[in-house]
Design a protein around this ligand. Structure first.
Ligand code: SF4
Length: 244
């Protein structure tokens, strides 16, 4: 993985839109999209931000100024997203810390949780954590690295709940997702977190790629409901209303 310059940040875009995913969907949100992701989910919808040289290079100070300049009234939260924000985790920590010091705005990280150490460095400045577990059919990493990814995702879950962050689980499912694999993952998740530790569990159907039919979605739902009744099947809202 390419080493980043600590004083600079490779930024894909900053914009304000409507949160389209998870329990906070519908909230007015500032998105700070960092460039670069070394993973390869087959349903990735931000392929334009995957390259480490996409977007533009800024100093951290420039990005702080941009955030303040572009921040709209009534914004509910600021999302550090990507690409994969943990590739530039030091910059994310610095920006999230800055936002906490400025006061008020909730900070949120959307990551694949591929590295629990980097996650732990950012976590003190983050209020809301989406812990995403990737199913093997996502093709996010090759087979030999998949258990390492799952281990890091589980570690990130442990860190988030132990620090009493607002934590929710997201899993993208497709028509190829294996129900038994999903069931085992749910078991593993609830061996590491109690239902009361979570603010949500979102099953997100893939969009435009190998979409799962209703019968499959209900099968996934039925795996979670006995241990967590607040499970929801939530498609990405922004796709339906045609915004970023
Ligand atoms: S982790 Fe996110 S940004 Fe990276 S390939 Fe997967 S969906 Fe795309």
């Amino acid at each position: 993985m390419q080493k980043m310059n600590n004083n600079r940040i490779q930024l894909s875009e900053i914009f304000t839109s409507i949160e389209g995913e998870g329990p906070f969907f519908g909230t007015k949100t500032m998105f700070v999209r960092l460039a670069g992701c070394h993973l390869s989910c087959r349903w990735c919808d931000t392929t334009y931000a995957l390259g480490m040289n996409t977007g533009r290079s800024y100093s951290i100070c420039e990005v702080k100024d941009l955030i303040i300049e572009l921040l709209q009234p009534s914004t509910y939260k600021i999302n550090f997203t990507g690409g994969e924000p943990l590739i530039q985790h030091e910059a994310v920590a610095e920006l999230a810390k800055f936002m906490k010091q400025k006061g008020g705005l909730r900070t949120y990280i959307e990551s694949s949780c591929f590295d629990s150490f980097r996650f732990s460095e950012v976590l003190p400045y983050i209020d809301i954590c989406k812990i995403e577990f990737k199913m093997s059919d996502s093709k996010v990493v090759d087979h030999k690295n998949y258990s390492d990814l799952l281990h890091n995702e589980t570690q990130c879950l442990n860190l988030a709940v132990s620090q009493h962050k607002s934590t929710y689980i997201k899993i993208v499912v497709t028509n190829s997702t294996n129900l038994e694999e999903f069931r085992n993952l749910v078991k593993e998740i609830f061996e590491n977190a109690r239902a009361c530790d979570l603010i949500g569990f979102v099953i997100q159907p893939s969009y435009g790629v190998d979409e799962p039919p209703l019968s499959k979605l209900l099968g996934f739902y039925d795996c979670v409901f006995p241990v967590y009744e607040e499970v929801r099947i939530v498609p990405q809202l922004h796709k339906f209303i045609g915004v970023r």
